[in-house]
Ligand binder design. Structure first.
Ligand code: B12
Length: 213
């Protein structure tokens, strides 16, 4: 299995979309767990590409190709991922998106898919979402959770602005606000008055469940 995940990792690291897609189809055919394939195969490949880019060994277009390969493979696995959870009842309504100024959407989409697979009604607003839209959408769908992703140190302040706007409109107590993304941590969540932080999609589901309880 580790060899299969190794192939997934390599396909994404090299930005080889066709190979990444073929491996995703193979995972489906062989009943390999779709989340394991993403988390243990493709994600380490993307992180490796990011590290190489950071060290000046890859150019930005090559990193974009790695991200595109990862997204294409994840899209093939998405139906299986959505079917993998227990969908008997809705645990809550979630509005989720990546904050304005930030186009990183791979992790956010993974969290949205896994929440949805675990019985949360998920409204995915996409990436580069204005602060006000999080609040308007939460109000309009009657959300229980607002989940805000930020991958840049320059955009994470937007997570605080969402919370500030909720307070300004006197609706902060209606929602549980969860934050995540590479630069975030528990300390940051506490600092900005969020209800919690999670470092990956499975932890996000556990966190949401603990807050519902
Ligand atoms: C892929 C990638 C890109 C792709 C994005 C493609 C896409 N459609 O998403 C491209 C190439 C386009 C890109 C662009 C840029 N990037 Co970039 N990118 C990355 C990289 C390598 C991986 C991110 C990723 O997808 N990881 C895989 C996913 C699955 O993991 P994840 O996002 O962390 O999500 C998980 C958890 O964080 C958590 N989670 C995520 N969101 C949420 C939300 C909630 C509520 C919860 C509970 C949990 C949660 O669960 C997820 C699933 O497990 C990171 C490096 C890194 N280590 O993160 C840099 C990184 C984020 N990028 C960086 C930079 C600087 C940029 C650019 C500014 C580069 C440039 N000069 O143009 C632009 C930004 C443009 C913009 N305005 O947004 C920096 C940020 C540095 C900083 N301190 O701010 C990083 C850290 C790289 C680095 N080391 O320098 N990038």
């Amino acid at each position: 299995m580790s060899n299969f995940f190794g192939e997934c990792r390599e396909a994404v690291r090299k930005g080889d979309r066709e190979a990444a897609e073929a491996l995703a189809r193979r995972a489906l055919a062989e009943n390999t767990d779709p989340l394991d394939t993403i988390e243990s195969g493709y994600v380490p490949g993307l992180r490796e590409a990011g590290r190489l880019w950071d060290e000046g060994e890859l150019f930005l277009p090559e990193l974009v190709m790695a991200a595109e390969a990862m997204k294409a493979a994840a899209a093939i696995l998405q139906p299986a991922l959505s079917a993998s959870g227990r969908q008997q009842k809705t645990h809550g309504r979630v509005v989720i998106g990546t904050i304005e100024g930030d186009i990183h959407d791979i992790g956010k989409t993974l969290v949205a898919t896994i929440l949805s697979a675990n019985g949360y009604e998920t409204h995915d607003l996409g990436a580069d979402v204005p602060v006000q839209r999080f609040v308007d959408e939460a109000e309009s769908v009657g959300a229980d959770f607002i989940c805000i992703s930020a991958l840049l140190t320059t955009t994470m302040a937007g997570q605080k602005r969402v919370i500030d706007l909720l307070k300004q409109r006197s609706v902060r107590d209606k929602y549980r606000v969860l934050v995540g993304g590479a630069p975030c941590n528990e300390k940051w969540a506490a600092q900005i008055g969020a209800d919690g932080y999670a470092g990956d999609a499975i932890s996000a589901v556990k966190l949401a469940a603990s807050l519902v309880a």
